[in-house]
Design a protein around this ligand. Sequence first.
Ligand code: MN
Length: 236
Amino acid sequence: MNRRETFKLVLGTAALATTGIVDVAQADDKPAAFTLPPLGYPYEALEPNIDTKTMQIHHDVHHGGYVKNLNSLVEKWPELATPPMEAILSNLSVVPENIRTAVRNNLGGHWNHTYFWEVMTPGGATSPTQDVKAAIDAAFGDLDKMKALVKQAGLGRFGSGWTWLGVDKDKKLTVFSTANQDSPHIYVGAKPILAVDVWEHAYYLKHQAKRGDYIDIWWNTVNWDKVAASFKKATA
Ligand code: MN
């Protein structure tokens, strides 16, 4: 705890104990523009597929880092805090040039991870909903062929990035990959419905260099209800 926080705590406690004028202590304390969304399940919930330590570091440190960076960037460009994030990601030319790369990386990272946590769940359905299954069959032949393409895209991503299942302009499903923290919204085209983080930080503690093993096991965590909801929205 730093000096300022200690001071606020003391002042806040004193105020509560007397008149309740806590606002005095909070007057200079604006809420952060960006906050780290809590996981919808405990860190250990995806064991044994995704280990607890990886979830803690991935969520708190990596995702938390992007959020922290965004709050610094807001000070330089307040418009960054205007939702929805997708509007800025799909039109990065509106971002001042001196912070454009940082916004691309950190806003992309924030969007991607927020979606990623939601598209995983403990004890979810083991197969896609009827409408998603039909779309997968139509686009790829069957579920296993789609999974093979996701794996291929993930293994083919040199360095760090993401693999996605999305709905393209013709409302057909497509598998694609993005580099670094690039969000699918940066590219004109597919709307994401499923995300696999293939950065080493997503799997290295458990799988070390075996990215393919991680992608295989990742399917045990998929939240098909979330995929279905996103599919419905993207095809509406
Ligand atoms: Mn990540």
